[in-house]
Design a protein. Structure first.
Length: 397
């Protein structure tokens, strides 16, 4: 069986992170993603380090499995070729600042006349309307403006950016969901539509619980370090040699008595201040030092065995090298090798989507700039060698 999205073609005008992450996810699932790049320049992410054997590992991490065509969209002939490709395409994806496609003359209102089934997926910092629509935005901007940095870090400390580009990645995931939704709807209507994804909107969706708590109670969420705002113990604790993450849930089957017995603190089981997960979180200033003192008496490995024996969720605080070597990660084949025709083999993270009948996997590295230009123009537009060479000579491709 082929991959689940085989037969879906995407013209990928995206660059840097949010858009390329979205189209990479769809490429992993089998879509034919054609990355449209500027001749002699390409996606600026091609220059992002670290560079290994002349290739940007940053670029590989976001553009694996795609094909690349160079096309000057600012030229009349380039636009003509673009719209011919649109006629044979399911989706156009872009994360340009709103108004850019209009300036180039390749906006949705023109494209849908050529192909009524075309889906235009647009991602931007603030969306296609509103007072901020034309502002440029990158990950750190929307993380700051969306609130996540205000609740990340230690209490009383400065704002902290999470260690992953959650502003970009969250928008990319919502963009992929929206594309799949529009494709599904098209089965019924026969028509495409425009998708409008705002990175800022996606940050609010990501912080749903924080906003609901604030809107319901008026209490402003604050940074809490690694702990949870509602449950306790639910955080990372120091041990004798490193750290351990523990999540002992409250509710109908509160694990609190078992947890206390395991760490040798039977004396606090019936303390009224710690009767429920919510009360424990409210009295964390008293509780945390008690738990820290108890957990520092053994190593992380020793505690893992103790807690796993009584079914309390726990895990070590792994560095990236330990995650890459973890037997669970290996069993799930989450690190795979891909081959780049010029730079050799690279290890990359595999798709986390596991399907029983139409399995998906990462098989190809990122393309060289314009690597598939001739192939795509011949395959989709039946262009001759002379026609393609004429476009090259004029700088169109």
């Amino acid at each position: 069986m082929g991959k689940p999205l085989e037969g879906i073609r995407i013209l990928d005008l995206t660059w840097v992170l949010s858009g390329p992450f979205c189209t990479m996810v769809l490429s992993d699932l089998g879509a034919d993603v054609i990355k449209v790049e500027r001749p002699n320049a390409g996606d600026i992410a091609r220059g992002n380090g670290p560079i290994v054997n002349g290739v940007s590992t940053y670029f590989i991490s976001l553009n694996r499995g795609k094909r690349s065509i160079t096309l000057d969209l600012a030229s009349e002939k380039g636009r003509e070729v673009f719209f011919k490709l649109v006629a044979k395409t399911d989706v156009v994806a872009s994360n340009y600042v709103p108004g850019t496609l209009e300036k180039l003359g390749i906006e949705y209102d023109i494209a849908k006349k050529i192909n009524p089934r075309i889906i235009y997926a647009l991602c931007s910092g603030f969306g296609q309307n509103g007072p901020y629509r034309c502002r440029p935005a990158f990950d750190v901007i929307v993380q700051a403006m969306g609130g996540i940095m205000s609740i990340t870090g230690e209490p009383g400390g400065p704002p902290v950016r999470p260690g992953a580009s959650l502003g970009d990645i969250t928008a990319g995931l919502f963009m992929a969901i929206a594309i799949l939704t529009a494709i599904q709807e098209r089965h019924h209507s026969g028509l495409g539509q425009m998708i409008d994804i705002s990175m800022l909107d996606c940050q609010l969706a990501l912080l749903e619980n924080a906003f609901v708590r604030y809107l319901a109670t008026g209490e402003l969420p604050q940074p809490l370090g690694t702990r949870h705002p509602v449950f306790s113990p639910f955080q990372v604790f120091p041990t004798r040699d490193s750290y351990i993450a523990i999540a002992s849930m409250g509710g109908v089957q509160d694990q609190w008595p078992i947890f206390c017995a395991t760490i040798g603190r039977l004396d606090i089981i019936d303390d009224k201040r710690f009767e429920t997960g919510w009360l424990r979180s409210q009295n964390n200033a008293v509780l945390e030092p008690i738990l820290n003192e108890a957990l520092k008496k053994r190593t992380t490995e020793e505690w893992l065995k103790e807690f796993e024996a009584v079914s309390i969720a726990c895990g070590p605080l792994n560095t990236i090298d330990k995650v890459a070597a973890d037997p669970q990660v290996k069993e799930r084949q989450m690190i795979v090798k891909v081959h780049h025709p010029n730079a050799g083999d690279f290890q990359v993270v595999n798709t986390p989507v596991k399907l029983s009948r139409t399995p998906c996997s990462v098989e190809k590295a990122s393309p060289d700039l314009g690597e598939h230009t001739r192939e795509i123009l011949q395959e989709l537009l039946s262009m001759t060698e002379l026609e393609i060479e004429d476009l090259r000579r004029k700088g169109i491709v």
